[in-house]
Design a protein around this ligand. Structure first.
Ligand code: ADP
Length: 585
């Protein structure tokens, strides 16, 4: 309150007004009283001169001193009788002969010429050494004389001083009371305004919803109540905005797409976590930086320029290399509003989509290529036969066998493609149940034994573990997995043995197919499960491989909630290990 300017202005203004008006009032009062007093004294002196005139009118000039002195004593007035030539005939305070000629005295001069015969003068008396009021009257005797009554004004001045003191004391007291009242009034008037100003400052500092007390029903009260409504509306609005902002932030946080907001001079104002991850930065590091300065990516810079230059949304693709190569689709648009406020960019990671597209294209190319070779061979052989080789008993059977070989190859290829397609599309229904690994392996051995024997290979089943191991799997799928692995082992083992093992490992059921064959170079190991990937194409084709076997195995194992790994050494052999969940677990 004491620091409030409005309070001091109001109270100051009241005090100055009060002081000025009381000062003027006091001054006017004292002046009027003084004037009144002097007028009364003058009237009094006039009356006295009239009486003296009456009393002395018939007396001669010579014996006037005594009655004059007597009258002066009675009326407490100095009385002088002056002859027409100005000679003092009698004086109540001085002996007449000691007094100089009084004709030039202003009151005598005034009485001489005025119609009423009365003259007044107020001046300092040199004979009695004090201010006096003189009233002279022209006597209407035979010889003109002047009766003069005079009164010292000391008493009047004293009385006026006393009166003035009273008036000024009263004025001072009134001023003090007025001062206190003006402080109270100023406080009452300024208090709501001070409170309003403090509340407005609090709101400006973020304390939304601040209320003030509505004291009176006047304009200030109305202002306070409007302020409260405004503050409440402001708080509700800010709360709503905050809620919206939180929702928006939660949405941005949960988005897979990266969102980046720029202002008009390309300073990054916001980016969500996904954008940070996609672009290889953090929101904290990027915020406040120029986009071209932070990322130093020419194509991104060009895209931002185009987005900011056009009102239409802009889309493009970028290659991004934070750690690994990524393909990002960028969609950008300017923020609404004039002048240009900035732009928002949305980033989608389409690396996977592009990779799948490439895989699909590769797949189509591979399939076409794989189909083309045997078909071309069949076509050429059939044409040779038709061109006459059919009649050649030495070669026609060999040609027909080549047709059959290629037709078999085509059949295997189509069969593998269909199987892979079924598994990948999820059409293959898995009937999961406990499958004893021992019986699965024994069945596989019995199916493949002839082929192994024909190649002079030894098929060994490792000694069974003490307790039977049951895998939670689909029996047919498991048979297919084993057949493929053993088939490969037979194909890629020129001589030696194939060992099949199974055992439990915690909650896993493990299967191993080990051979002593050609082995797989280390750099090819990660890729052997890809479709159509073959370490040695010629050898694979020669051995009747399609390049799809391990791919089918990998997909089947994944469907059975397991995984497959391989270790291999060139010339020493390979070991494929399949891990499946145990049925007991
Ligand atoms: P393929 O029909 O050609 O055998 P797969 O998908 O079954 O196709 O195998 C892919 C490639 O992995 C084969 O071409 C071969 O080079 C290699 N491979 C698979 N199994 C073995 C193995 N037991 N020993 C050596 N190489 C193997």
């Amino acid at each position: 309150m004491w620091r409030s300017q409005i309070f001091w202005r109001l109270s100051g203004a009241y005090c100055i007004l009060l002081a000025i008006s009381l000062g003027i009032l006091g001054w006017v009062l004292v002046n009027r009283i003084e004037t009144r007093l002097l007028a009364e004294i003058r009237h009094n002196l006039e009356m006295k001169t009239l009486l003296i005139d009456e009393i002395t009118a018939r007396q001669t000039d010579t014996n006037l001193q005594q009655p004059i002195t007597r009258l002066a004593e009675l009326t407490r007035t100095r009385i002088t009788l002056i002859a027409a030539d100005g000679k003092v005939l009698a004086d109540s305070d001085e002996r007449p002969e000691r007094l100089e000629n009084h004709l030039e005295r202003p009151e005598v001069q005034a009485a001489k010429i005025s119609d009423s015969g009365v003259g007044v003068s107020t001046r300092f008396s040199t004979s009695v050494h004090q201010p006096m009021m003189y009233v002279a009257r022209r006597q209407k005797t035979e010889s003109v004389r002047y009766v003069r009554a005079a009164l010292p004004l000391d008493a009047v001045a004293h009385e006026i001083r006393w009166l003035g003191r009273g008036v000024w004391t009263a004025t001072g007291v009134t001023l003090l009371v007025g001062l206190a009242l003006s402080l109270i009034i100023a406080r009452r008037l300024s208090a709501p305004l001070v409170e309003l100003s403090a509340a407005a400052r609090s709101i400006a500092q973020g304390d939304y919803g601040k209320r003030v007390s509505v004291g009176s029903g006047d304009e200030v009260g109305a202002l306070a109540s409007t302020f409260n409504e405004m503050s409440q509306a402001c708080a509700a609005y800010i709360a709503q905005m905050d809620q919206d902002r939180q929702q928006l932030l939660a949405v941005f946080k949960s988005m897979v797409e990266g969102v980046l907001v720029l202002d008009a001079d390309q300073t990054i104002r916001f980016l969500n976590d996904a954008a940070g991850q996609l672009l290889g930065t953090t929101p904290e590091a990027a915020r406040g930086q120029k986009i071209w300065q932070h990322f130093r990516h020419r194509h991104l810079g060009e895209a931002v320029d185009k987005i900011l230059a056009s009102a239409e949304p802009y889309c493009c693709e970028l290659e991004w290399f934070p750690l690994e190569r990524k393909v990002l689709a960028v969609q950008g648009a300017c923020l609404p509003g004039q002048p240009l406020r900035g732009a928002v960019l949305v980033f989608h990671d389409i690396t996977h989509v592009r990779m799948l597209e490439r895989v699909r294209q590769d797949f189509v190319a591979n399939v076409s290529h794989e189909l083309k070779t045997p078909l071309a061979a069949i076509q050429a052989t059939v044409e040779t036969l038709l061109d006459g080789a059919l009649q050649d008993p030495e070669h026609n059977v060999r040609f027909l066998e080549r047709v059959r070989e290629n037709a078999d190859r085509l059949h295997r290829l189509v069969h593998d493609l269909l199987t892979l397609g079924r598994i990948e599309s999820g059409q293959e229904v898995m009937e999961m149940g406990p499958v004893p690994l021992q019986s699965a392996i024994e069945s596989c051995v019995s199916r493949q034994a002839d082929r192994a024997r024909a190649k002079g290979l030894q098929m060994i089943q490792a000694p069974p573990p003490p307790a039977p191991v049951l895998a939670l799997a689909d029996e047919d799928a498991l048979a297919e997995i084993l057949d493929n692995l053993v088939d490969n082992a037979i194909k890629y083992t020129p001589a030696g043995q194939i060992t099949l093992r199974w055992f439990a490992n915690g909650s896993d059921a493990m299967l191993q197919v080990e051979d002593t064959g050609v082995g797989i170079p280390e750099r090819d190991l990660p890729r052997v499960f890809e479709r159509f990937y073959r370490v040695d194409k010629a050898r694979s084709r020669e051995l009747g491989g399609t390049g799809l076997g391990l791919s089918i195995v990998k997909h089947l194992v994944q469907k059975l909630n397991g995984n497959i790994t391989v270790i291999s050494e060139i010339g020493q052999g390979s070991t494929f290990t399949v891990r499946l969940p145990r049925a007991e677990a």
